[in-house]
Design a protein around this ligand. Sequence first.
Ligand code: TYD
Length: 141
Amino acid sequence: MKNSSVYDCHILQLNKIHNQAGNITIVQGEQNIPFNLRRVYYLYDIPSGGSRGGHAHKELFQLIVAASGSFEVLLDDGVNKKIVRLNRPNFGLLVVPGIWRELFEFSSGAICLVLASHTYEESDYLRDYEYFFKFKNEIIQ
Ligand code: TYD
């Protein structure tokens, strides 16, 4: 997690079965994503101009999907930053451990679906950016 980079995070195309009745995308166990799926949660009713995230994880892998609407994700590894826009339900952003993320520019009615590799543990979070920055840049161990 100390050496992870924003370049380890990338868009993953999920399957899509299309017919006249609409589309369906399936994520099953770890067949479609590069980690064991242990938890699903979703963000919704996000107020206009609101932002989420503002933390990194020590062990957690996540796939972030715009299940409805759109939003942007800022990724930061303490050296490099990149912004990814999500707006298609069959594309997810893989976020590896050790990456600071902020989610913003939510469209009205956006739903942010998150597939996660572990159950919720507050001890897995790094919520202080200064600490995160120093840790990634080996200013502190
Ligand atoms: P947090 O992960 O900080 O939200 P976000 O990154 O979307 O801004 O979580 C917000 C609150 O919800 C925080 O009090 C912890 C709680 N929470 C759980 O209890 N379980 C979970 O699986 C998640 C993701 C959050």
